[in-house]
Design a protein around this ligand. Sequence first.
Ligand code: FER
Length: 162
Amino acid sequence: MENFVGSHMIYTYENGWEYEIYIKNDHTIDYRIHSGMVAGRWVRDQEVDLVKLTEGVYKVAWTEPTGTDVALNFMPLEKRMHGIIFFPKWVHEHPEITVCYQNDHIALMEESREKYETYPKYVVPEFADITFIENAGVDNQNVVAQAPYPGMTDDIRAGKIK
Ligand code: FER
């Protein structure tokens, strides 16, 4: 796990959705969503379950305050990952409610998951290509420190922002 913790990655799912993740420590991630159904959403300090499955293969899984469940498998040496996202029905119908800096709107997420429908869930299983990877160290507060904007992932890949 020593190698994987600290990984800062950008990846594009085969459905075109582009995501960014920072493995902040062995039980916490920060992330930004750059395109797709909930583009613009960003989150810090999400508690996750993180394990090394075998050499070079890591699994990150968690449940969001929105009720969305996520399980990601990373194969950094192959620059590939697979993710499966289980969206409650309400997030699929009202994605804009979840597009925010979630840390400032936890109560709204918890109210919405009670107010709207959960089932049937909208399940999105996709492979992705990892287009950027660096190790940013443990508990680095500067990696995911501002809202996503159009073109941000190009800027990160070009080394223009940190
Ligand atoms: C990912 C897929 C989904 C990811 C985060 C999510 C950080 C979160 C989705 C949501 O809460 O809406 O690859 O990576």
